[in-house]
Write a protein that binds this ligand. Structure first.
Ligand code: ARG
Length: 489
């Protein structure tokens, strides 16, 4: 490789490092990251899809609120600790605690024998009853009445086991979110779901076509409790405060605050689509636009720089570089983006000890992936620049780097502009994947609103419209740019 080519490589690499370093802080501002807590701060893991126990207060500031949160605040305040909340799917909570990302779990979690094998529980602070939620016309009222039916439950919850206890159920369908269960009942893909009392009340209030029926209290119910890592010294401390709360009436006071009218069934919203349920939630959702755009921008820039370097490698004529670039493209194009995303997010802390913020992991995954595609596009663009340009530059004694930067690249770029825009459009839309690792982008915000409103359609339609407008704006900007470039010919 000659000196000039090396130069181009170095400069691009440097630019990339600078980019990552400078965007790092911006990333963490938006991600629900879990940084190692300073002294006396305890991180609580919760799955805020379970009002009134825990949900995102999307109407106000997007904070997580609920009965569990109030209890946790009271206990930690008594004990002199600072509370920090990390939100994740219910099914991932115990694993997060085992890997040290959270110190304790409060998430309406039942203290089951099964779970006691891997965690220690506090004393119970609440006893919930299970209910069957179904459409009005079916109205299942006992476990027996469910035989032969398709039964839904939240993945990893004790309701799974209740669903399995139905003799010859047609199927037990496990879904990540409570909101998904409602949607599946509404579309008749699930006949009935097993849901806990207070949650079921809110669910049926928000959806007039659903009803709930209580199941008998379970004999060996250990109630809701706080989970800690095995052998944790906190259990005793927490238990003391729970006992104190039971005595001084604080617990009852909080229960009353969060279940003011558990028995008052409101009329129930019977409308199929009712956009008024979104009232108050729109500003919270709109904040996701910034996250989505920032994330798209960073991954597009990273993808472009890295893609350019790879394309240079591919045309360098230097075998090892060519091999590397080809293998890179083949791997990143040949495996699903979602898998890459989860690998980077979950493997990085395990391999390096660095607790990578979700948004940084997402930017990296998307940037690296996009680079694979762009390297091909850019290579084609460079190859398509008329040979004469290169020959003339060489004849005039223009150095390689200068020739590439000011003669070949600009022409190549103009040729591939439409392809670049395509890539950006794809990035904007695919960015919705990042919600799975907890980046609060548009999609994840929609998830939280679905959980709080117990309705799905309205908010999904809203964010679909937002994505569409974003893409429209981007494509018309690109068209303007293209027109200008053509004029300057
Ligand atoms: N009580 C049930 C359990 O422990 C369900 C809890 C679900 N909690 C939640 N935040 N989604 O399995």
């Amino acid at each position: 490789m000659n000196k000039h080519k090396l130069h181009v490589l170095y400069v691009s690499l440097l630019a990339m490092v600078l980019l990552i370093v400078s965007f790092g802080p911006a990333f963490s501002a938006f991600a629900e990251e879990v940084t190692p807590p300073p002294k006396k701060t305890l991180v609580m893991g919760t799955s805020p899809d379970f009002p009134p126990y825990e949900s995102v207060d999307a109407k106000n500031n997007g904070e997580i609120i609920g009965l569990d949160i109030d209890i946790a605040k009271y206990i930690l305040n008594e004990l002199g600790y600072e509370l920090k909340i990390a939100s994740m799917d219910f099914g991932g909570l115990i694993a997060a605690m085992q890997s040290g990302r959270v110190d304790f779990i409060m998430s309406g979690m039942s203290a089951t024998e099964e779970r006691k094998k891997s965690v220690d529980f506090s004393d119970p602070y609440y006893f919930a009853r299970n209910t069957i939620v179904s459409k009005k016309d079916s109205n299942y009222n006992s476990i027996e009445s469910l035989s032969g039916k398709i039964i839904g439950a939240q993945l990893g919850s004790v309701q799974e086991a209740v669903a399995y206890s139905v003799e010859d159920a047609a199927e037990v369908r496990k879904l990540n979110k409570i909101a998904d269960l409602i949607q599946e009942i509404n579309s008749n893909r699930v006949d009935a779901a097993i849901v806990e009392d207070a949650v079921a009340v809110e669910m049926t209030n928000a959806n007039g076509q659903l009803v709930m029926n209580f199941l008998p209290a379970e004999e060996n119910d250990n109630g809701y409790a706080i989970a800690f890592p095995k052998g944790s010294p906190y259990v005793a401390e927490f238990n003391a405060v729970i006992a104190q709360m039971q005595e001084n009436g604080k617990l009852d006071e909080l229960l009353l605050k969060w279940f003011p009218d558990a028995n008052a069934t409101t009329a129930g919203n019977n409308k199929f689509i009712d956009f008024s349920v979104l009232e108050g939630y729109v500003p919270y959702i709109m904040k996701g636009v910034g996250v989505t755009l920032l994330f798209t921008l960073v991954s597009a820039v990273l993808g472009f720089i890295l893609g350019s370097i790879l394309s240079l490698c591919k045309i360098s004529g230097i075998k090892p570089l060519e091999w590397f670039a080809t293998a890179y493209t083949s791997i990143f194009r040949g495996t699903p983006l979602l898998v890459q995303l989860m690998l980077i997010y979950y493997a990085t802390p395990q391999l390096t000890g660095y607790d990578i913020p979700a948004l940084l992991a997402a930017g990296l995954a998307f940037g690296l992936n996009s680079a694979a595609y762009l390297s091909e596009t850019i290579r084609a663009g460079i190859m398509a620049v008329d040979k004469g340009q290169r020959e003339a530059a060489i004849a005039l004694g223009i150095p390689y780097r200068k020739m590439m930067i000011s003669i070949i690249f600009p022409q190549a770029l103009r040729n591939i502009l439409p392809a670049l825009v395509n890539e950006c459009v794809a990035l904007i839309k695919e960015s919705s994947l990042v919600s799975v690792i907890g980046v609060t982008d548009l999609m994840r915000r929609a998830d939280f609103v679905r959980a709080s409103t117990f309705r799905s359609f309205e908010v999904l339609l809203l964010i679909a419209a937002i994505y569409y407008v974003l893409v429209l704006v981007l494509t018309s900007l690109a068209r303007m740019l293209e027109r200008r470039l053509r004029r300057s010919d």
